[in-house]
Ligand binder design. Sequence first.
Ligand code: PLP
Length: 366
Amino acid sequence: RQQAAGGASGHLTIDLGALRDNYLALAAMAPTSQTAAVVKADAYGLGADIVSQVLFDAGCRNFFVAHIDEALALRLRLSAEARIFVLNGLQPDNETSCAAMAVTPVLNSLEQIAQWAAHAKNLGKKLPAAVQIDTGMCRLGLSPEELEVLASRPQLLDGIDIAFVMSHLACADEPDHLSNAAQLSVMRKAAVAFRDVSVCFSNSGGIFLGNDYHNSLLRPGIALYGGAPSVTRPNPMKPVVRLDVAVIQTRDVPAGSLVGYGGSFEAAGPTRLATIAAGYADGLPRSLSNRGAAWYNGVRLPIAGRVSMDSIILDISALPLGTLTQGSFVQMIGPDQTLEDIAEDAGTIAYEILTGLGRRYRRNYI
Ligand code: PLP
């Protein structure tokens, strides 16, 4: 039996051993590459400081965040040996803090390259950077035209020490998608223009596409945190996250009772309900209303009615009387209901569930 949640919504248990094992398993898939970690959005909601330290201790030396503020915060925590890259690129006026704090920008355009090169010139020293190329996702990175300009004017990179060139796969979680090979081919041609440079290409899904996709540096996120790298294959990663939510009240209602906001669930017969202490403000999306479930010892407990901000009502009629009382816990994420299961019920992806879990759970790092 778990200890009571106290004033919290429930327990978010983060298995740091499984996190480490996942990192080592991914690294072992590509023994001649290095393996970085994507720890943006507070390490997908799990706590960037602690997650990054565990991964650093496991041998990780390259970390990716989205924003400079995330990078600056992490810089204060992590050893100077760790390189921290800002995926969203160099923003206007960011170059001073980036350089001063030894944070490495991913340069996504010729403008950003010029900005970083000018700053290097001002400082009178070379500055490190990664350069991102758009190989087909059309989100971030140098366009093919910009790449041509760069190939014909390599002096634009004077003052910049290129750690690697990188790109991002749009469909890596669909192993048979034709765009994977197409993007790889564009990446390879582009890398030639940079001569002898390291290449960083694959996110979690990409790593499972095979050796061709490994290159110098792997860049996994979701697989570290136990999420499935592919939408079509069994998940080989160890689960990292477990979420148990506290029951705060139970009640028996007669047939015909209308449950929750809008009365969108009608009790077909006498029904036993349990209200639990987490809702959409705790990252359990409103789209789970009348669709999703919690679990207790292998028994599915359907969500009855709409998900509220701080609570959810479950139909627990399937359980023997007295099984759940105030202070009991039901499982929202765990062995009976994976991240992918709950994401599917909510009509979203594991990433959105993980990053949305929020701060109201008691966090147990084990
Ligand atoms: N690289 C980039 C540029 C990303 O935006 C992300 C995440 O969205 C990742 C790597 C990690 O992807 P995944 O979590 O699918 O491994």
